[in-house]
Design a protein around this ligand. Structure first.
Ligand code: SF4
Length: 342
């Protein structure tokens, strides 16, 4: 049984632990790529660090600002998956970005400390500037820097491709400290090994490509999706030699079949193992691994009040920390007008 009793009184952060900030845009229920790329890592990190885990709904507006009708459900489904995957609301403050308004305040202050050309040179802007040319999109990395610095995070767990964003947060923290007085830690990257997870069409697993395996799929749906998967195109039938190293099914076996080096790769290469049998082994192993998460998910989804309570408690703890940091920011900037000594 899952303990879904709302826990309203949660202890505040123990001083000895370092702080980690991480975030994810609300995309609704999560998939195997999210599980392997982020959730499992966070579940481990929550044991060692104090974690702030932000569902960054304001960030999602940069692309979807006209289409917000399903944001609430997406946030809810995502929070359910966070908990089902093993994140503990007692070890990790899970909250919605827009429920801590200080994110917007620090974003505005940071936006004064950086030039427009610096932002337009960033690769993320260059890659998408033809589709997204709003001020919000330009300022996205500044809001991200504010998300990190608002909690005085010591570390931010990211993959190699995200390192630049943390560099910007560190740069803005230093600029602020040098311009006013020291308020911010200089956040460091906690480099995370993110396994490559490909979808059914051999592209990166993503909800937007509809090539993913959602955590809320039934076992039958998982089987159907895996049987549709791309494999080595040169292995047409059983007996043909295959190349596991280019096969997305083998990438999943690496994660879910402990004996893959002996049981899958050699018979694939000799042709002894056919793709259908290979996929069926994976269906079994993947469904076995996801079953506890799915069972927990099924229980949590029946307790919407509990999920919203977790998010509210998370926001309240996040706000407490953010307000403390913003007090220091205002004091450093001499904009704490009513508290300033005459
Ligand atoms: S046998 Fe398995 S690993 Fe080999 S190509 Fe087919 S699906 Fe991929």
């Amino acid at each position: 049984m899952v303990d879904v009793t709302p826990k309203r009184k949660i202890e505040t952060q123990p001083a000895r632990k370092e702080t980690i900030l991480s975030g994810m845009q609300p995309t609704g229920s999560l998939h195997v790529g999210n599980l392997e790329g982020a959730l499992k890592n966070w579940v481990n990190l929550q044991e060692k660090y104090w974690m702030y885990l932000c569902i960054v709904d304001w960030h999602s507006l940069t692309a979807e600002y006209k289409d917000t009708g399903d944001l609430k459900d997406k946030i809810f489904q995502m929070a359910v998956d966070f908990l089902a995957a093993g994140l503990s609301p007692e070890k990790c403050a899970i909250f919605i970005q827009s429920e801590v308004k200080e994110h917007a305040e620090l974003h505005l202050i940071f936006s004064m400390l950086i030039s427009v050309p610096t932002l337009t040179r960033l690769p993320t802007f260059q890659e998408k500037k033809d589709q997204l040319d709003s001020y919000g999109f330009l300022g996205y990395p500044v809001l991200q820097a504010a998300d990190i610095c608002l909690y005085n995070a010591d570390k931010v767990p990211v993959g190699k491709d995200q390192e630049k964003h943390i560099w910007l947060a560190k740069d803005l923290a230093i600029r602020f400290n040098n311009t006013f007085q020291k308020v911010f830690n200089e956040p460091e990257v906690l480099l995370t090994e993110i396994p490559l997870i490909l979808g059914s069409d051999n592209r990166k697993m993503s909800k937007s490509f509809d090539n993913h395996i959602p955590l809320d799929y039934t076992e039958k749906q998982t089987e159907k999706r895996l049987l549709q998967y791309y494999t080595d195109p040169k292995k047409v039938r059983k007996g043909d030699p295959g190349r596991p190293e280019i096969c997305p099914i083998y990438l999943l076996h690496k994660l879910y079949t402990p004996g893959h080096k002996q049981e899958i790769a050699p018979p694939c290469r000799t042709g002894e193992l056919g793709c259908v049998d290979c996929k069926k082994k994976l269906v079994q192993n993947l469904n076995d691994a996801l079953r506890p998460i799915r069972e927990k998910r099924a229980e949590l989804i029946k307790k919407p009040d509990y999920i919203w309570d977790v998010l509210e408690d998370g926001a309240s703890r996040a706000r407490h920390r953010a307000q403390n940091v913003m007090e220091k920011v205002r004091t450093a900037m001499k904009t704490n007008y009513r508290k300033e000594k005459k």
